[in-house]
Structures are given as C-alpha cells and as structure tokens.
Design a protein. Structure first.
Length: 408
C-alpha cells in the first residue's frame, strides 16, 4: 500500500518554486553572482543541485572541498550525488542533504535518503535523484566497491509504488539524452533536472507531461521549475553579474578570495605557441601522449580527454591555470591490459570511449598486440582493474613540462 512521502521532510518554509544548478565543478573564481542569487532566492525557493559540485579547478585542489561544502550547507536544501566528489556526499553534513534512489549497498538499502518531501505552492512534492549508469561506472573503483547500480526507471517506479505525492521532481546525474528516455519510461514524473552531460541541450523539453530541463554548468546559471494549473513550467537562466556578496556570506567570499590569491602565483612564461589562446584539450593531449611515448619505455600511451579541462591561456602559467587544466590530481602508471583486450586494443578503445568519452593514444593507431599501456591511475583503477599508483608521476608535472614555461 502506498504511503505519503513524509519521511525526511525538507525545510518547512513556504516555497513557490524549485531551482537547480548542476556541474559546478568548483568554479568559484567569480562567486558573487551564484552566492547572491541563491541567497536572495532561497526564502521562497527550494534550492537543489544535480551533482558534480566538486572537482574541476584549483579551488578544489587547494581547499579539498571545504569551500564547496560551505556553499552547499549554507545555501542548498537538497543534493544529488555526482561521480565527482562522491565521497563528500558521504560526510555527515552533506549526507543529510543528499538523495538518491538507485544506488544501494550490499544489504539492498539505498546509500542515501531515497527522497525528501516538500510543500511547493501548496503541492505535496517528492524530490529524489538518480545517478546514471555511465556516471556510476566513472566512480573510482574503491568508491563503487560494495555498491549496486539499479536502473533509474526501475528505481523510480518502485519508489512511486511506495510513496504518494502530488508531484515528482528528479535531480538526475545521467545526461540530457538519457533523461529524455527516463521521462518516456516514467510518465509519472513531473520535472527532471538534468546534469552530467556538459552538452548544449538545456531545454526545457516536454516528454508527455514530464518536463526535462538543465541549468548552465560551471556556476554560469540555473534552471527553475514552477507549478501551474496545467502542470509544471520550467526555464533556464544565467546568473546576473554582481559585485557584492550579501553580508551573511562575506566570510565565505573572503575564504574564496584568499584561495584565489594562492592560485595567482606565477609558474613561468608559456611557450609562444600556447600564449593568449584557448587550450584545445584534444590537440594538447596528443602532444602530451607523444611526449610520454618518446620519454618512457611504454609500448603505448592511453589518455582520456576528460582528464583535462580546456581553459583560456595568457602569457604566464600560474598555479591556478595549471590546476584548471589538470584539476583531478591524476598520477601516471604503467598497467597491464586485461587479457580480453591484449589482442584487440581497438575493442578496448571502443569500450573506454563508451564510458568516459574520447580517448587519445600514442601511437595512433595502436599496435595489433598490446600488453601494457601508460595511463592515469584513475583509468587504470576504474576501467582496467589495476591498482592506482600510490606515488606515481604527477600528471600535472607532465602538463607543465609540455607547456614549457620558463622561470619568471
């Protein structure tokens, strides 16, 4: 028998809408628009995030997530976990805010609260979240250990069988196209806030009576949904420029400013061909892979494009720019390929591309038989069943060498 979705209620203030950010990736270089808008909106708006709030810039590398944690605990009501920063959602303060219906432990219990309930414009609303299959596969191997992925549509239908609500809101970390499929498979959903995909699709898109919408990533904007007589309306917005941070958040802004000062430390002058242009990560990774192949004894080099971030380069390389390019603290390791791929490396590339996007190799194409590859510890541990290095060569050191900065 279905029961009301009452266990785990969200704050009891009267709200008229739900706002969702996504894939912020520690983009805190200009925090005032984000902080100011959420502070103003929060009294009448339920504030949510669709995952990957952590990792992606030097603010995370230097602060270890402390700045992001402050933003989330002071301005957000409910969170979806992402593949980046998953372990932070297991910390008590963020675990209390996090919902997810489709990742379970060995006993079959959801790792997070399956849902929270709220009153939005007089409607009894259930707010839940799902992690997509690709995002789950991208979790570090030790984070996935002992966990089970349940298909999102299956988990959401089972949740609706157990709980009653006037409306269902899903925070999804799956990708926009997958969320369109999810809307078709679960027509009882009212709004799906999309995340994870980093695509140009923002919507809103209607699938039957379900609205799929995604906010701008990297702290550029947000999506908002509001109930109406005929269902739910959704829209996408950018944060308005803002120079001042509200006084209750100035201590947080000061912490961010102090970290920014550390990130501005110069490391040297960039090689002329890189100055004053956007760093194309695909082209640059090919240079990195070729350098690693020449300077090591590896048979081949294999790097995923998402191991780097594109960024605007100037004349000098700074600590912040280097950590913007390589924000994940990867270390390099030589690992033996699984036997199933040793004789068909192209099959390996197809499999890896499916789960983590474009892959760069040197040589290109790979040789017909391949025993070992030089890659990042993340790829080795997450996809090749190898042990990540405890003290491998930092990938950032290689990036800095290829950029060839001279001493300032």
């Amino acid at each position: 028998m279905a029961t009301p979705a009452a266990a785990g209620r969200l704050p009891a203030r009267s709200v008229q809408a739900i706002l969702a950010t996504t894939d912020l990736h520690s983009a805190l270089d200009d925090p005032a628009p984000l902080l100011s808008h959420l502070h103003r909106a929060r009294p009448t708006t339920l504030v949510a995030d669709c995952g990957d709030f952590f990792e992606g810039s030097g603010y995370y590398r230097l602060g270890g997530g402390a700045l992001e944690r402050q933003v989330l605990t002071r301005l957000y009501d409910v969170l979806a976990p992402g593949n980046h920063g998953w372990h932070h959602h297991l910390e008590p303060d963020l675990h209390a805010l996090t919902v997810c219906a489709n990742v379970t432990d060995q006993a079959g219990r959801t790792v997070f609260h399956p849902l929270r309930s709220a009153e939005i414009d007089g409607r009894h609303v259930a707010v839940t979240a799902v992690l997509g299959e690709q995002a789950f596969a991208c979790l570090p191997a030790d984070s996935r250990s002992g966990l089970t992925f349940v298909p999102p549509d299956q988990a959401l239908r089972a949740l609706a069988d157990r709980h009653q609500a006037d409306a269902w809101i899903v925070l999804s970390h799956s990708g926009y196209e997958h969320d369109l499929e999810l809307a078709a498979a679960c027509p009882h959903l009212d709004v799906i806030f999309a995340g994870h995909c980093h695509s140009d699709h923002y919507g809103p898109t209607s699938v039957g009576t379900t609205v799929v919408v995604k906010g701008h990533e990297l702290a550029a904007g947000y999506a908002v949904a509001t109930p109406s007589r005929s269902g739910w309306r959704a829209s996408v917005h950018t944060f308005a420029p803002c120079g001042d941070v509200p006084s209750p958040l100035r201590d947080l802004a000061l912490d961010i400013d102090q970290t920014r000062s550390r990130l501005q430390e110069p490391l040297g002058v960039l090689a002329p061909r890189y100055r004053h242009q956007w760093l194309d990560r695909s082209h640059f990774l090919r240079e990195v892979a070729d350098y690693l192949l020449r300077s090591s004894t590896a048979e081949a080099v294999l790097l995923n494009e998402t191991s780097l971030r594109g960024t605007r380069l100037r004349e000098y390389l700074t600590v912040g720019t280097l950590l913007d390019i390589e924000p994940f603290a990867n270390q390099l390791t030589t690992t033996t390929l699984p036997s199933t791929f040793a004789d068909q490396p192209q099959g390996l590339l197809t499999d890896l591309t499916r789960w983590m996007g474009p892959v760069i190799t040197a040589p290109d194409p790979l040789p017909g038989r391949l025993r070992q590859v030089l890659t990042t510890g993340y790829v080795a541990a997450a996809f090749l069943d190898a042990t990540a290095p405890a003290h491998g060569r930092p990938f950032a050191d290689v990036i800095r060498h290829v950029l060839r900065p001279n001493r300032p």
